[in-house]
Design a protein around this ligand. Structure first.
Ligand code: PLP
Length: 407
């Protein structure tokens, strides 16, 4: 039984989903992932029996919770080649990105009032940079090429100015392309700028090593890697030491960088999601590669005029962004209630504007508007891929033939 079936059955048993009909098949793994059942099992005791405050130092309730949090911190660190002390828990990647970007830029604003990012970054990175601009810090937004990869020559030129931080994501959430992290890291290190990477879509999907890639700050999100929502982490390098101004004031938890009581249940969830990813990443990538190829082959057999958005080679297998010639993808999504897919990122798809990420690749509005993101992941099956091929091919063909049969 698939995760969806289980969830649907649960909901039906509670009388909740009675009039929602059958649930669509989930193809939106970049928006969020279901928590792995093994993650849920690991975190549940920390809601009730093991409810202690991990910052209570006087009794066993606190020690038990603290030990669990520290085990989780170690599991996260291990996945990215860091030390446990370099992991700061946050509420998610949005907060981690805000802390890294604003924290570094504000700390170094006198000597290095400049940050560099790229046009295809997540909104929370771009908006953090905008905020800094309001504070008088210069922001350089690098272009990307037609595959979505950042222009290293432009980066090198921008680094001529004293720069506090360069923020370039590891894997793009709309098109799945992988940025040249080691090359960017080397350029930043040579110029004395911190390298921050939003790795929400990369952690647990591709091997990451903060030493080899010379990454100084790295953002992680629990719910993109089969962990819980509401938890994430920021890796903060200790040698050479990265200096940040915290976003909030309080009890000085997390080395003074992130005050507030830690949620052990969520920390344990993120830790066990990282441990599972470390174990299973290689096999999972291979399996998703096969599903990806199956989907592309199946669509190519049934349809003309399907084009891949983003670099064809430097990409993760779990994210396919496809343009369907002659189609408005909003119409297509509405015509396929059986599939949970997205026309863009979860944050921007509510607006009718075509995706700024696709526009940044140089795609015209028509092609951007004809594009669909199909996310596959841990619980996607070959049978679900076959179903997606059938439904997409049939509805695209219908829409291309026009509204003749509509009454
Ligand atoms: C989902 C996502 C975020 C936001 O993460 P939250 O944990 O939901 O705050 C940031 N960046 C990228 C690339 C993402 O995919």
């Amino acid at each position: 039984m698939s995760v969806h079936d289980t969830l649907a059955k649960d909901a039906a048993a509670r009388g909740g989903a009675a009039n929602l009909g059958p649930r669509p098949v989930y193809f939106d793994y970049q928006a969020t992932t279901p928590a792995d059942p093994r993650v849920v099992e690991a975190l549940l005791p920390y809601f009730s029996e093991k409810f202690g405050n991990p910052h209570s130092v006087n009794h066993a309730f606190g020690w038990e919770a603290e030990e669990a949090v520290e085990t989780a911190r170690g599991q996260i660190a291990q996945l990215i080649g860091a030390e446990p002390r370099e992991i700061v828990f946050t509420s998610g990647a949005t907060e981690a990105n805000n802390l890294a970007i604003k924290g570094a830029a504000r700390f170094h604003r006198e000597a290095k009032p400049h940050v560099i990012t790229a046009v295809s970054e997540h909104k929370c990175v771009l908006e953090s940079c905008h905020r800094l601009e309001d504070e008088g810090i210069k922001v350089t937004v690098l272009p990307v090429d037609d595959g979505g990869l950042v222009d290293l020559v432009a980066l090198e030129a921008a680094l001529e100015e004293p720069t506090a931080l360069v923020s370039i994501m590891a894997v793009n959430n709309e098109i799945g392309v992988i940025q040249p992290l080691a090359e960017i890291g080397a350029l930043c290190r040579a110029k004395g700028a911190y390298f921050h990477s939003d790795a929400a879509q990369a952690v647990g999907k591709i091997p990451l090593d903060v030493e080899a890639m010379k990454i100084d700050l790295l953002s992680i999100s629990g719910h993109k890697i089969y962990g819980p929502k509401g938890i994430g982490a920021l890796y903060v390098r200790r040698r050479p030491r990265v200096r940040l101004e915290p976003l909030f004031d309080g009890g000085g938890q997390e080395r003074g960088l992130r005050s507030g009581t830690l949620p052990p249940m969520l920390c344990v969830g993120l830790g066990s999601a990282c441990a599972l990813a470390r174990e299973e990443m290689a096999d999972e990538a291979e399996r998703l590669g096969e599903l990806n190829a199956q989907l592309r082959r199946g669509l190519a057999r049934r349809l003309q005029g399907v084009n891949l958005n983003g670099d064809a080679d430097r990409r993760i297998p779990g994210c396919l962004n496809l343009a369907f010639e002659g189609i408005d993808s909003e119409d297509l999504v509405r015509a396929m209630p059986e599939l949970a897919v997205s026309t863009g990122s979860a944050c921007t798809s509510a607006t009718v504007e075509p995706s700024y990420v696709l526009r940044a690749l140089g795609l015209d509005t028509i092609r951007a508007r004809s594009s669909l993101r199909i996310g596959i992941g841990r619980f996607t099956t070959a049978a679900e891929i076959e179903r997606a091929i059938e439904v997409i091919a049939a509805r695209v063909t219908q829409l291309r033939e026009g509204p003749a049969d509509k009454t």
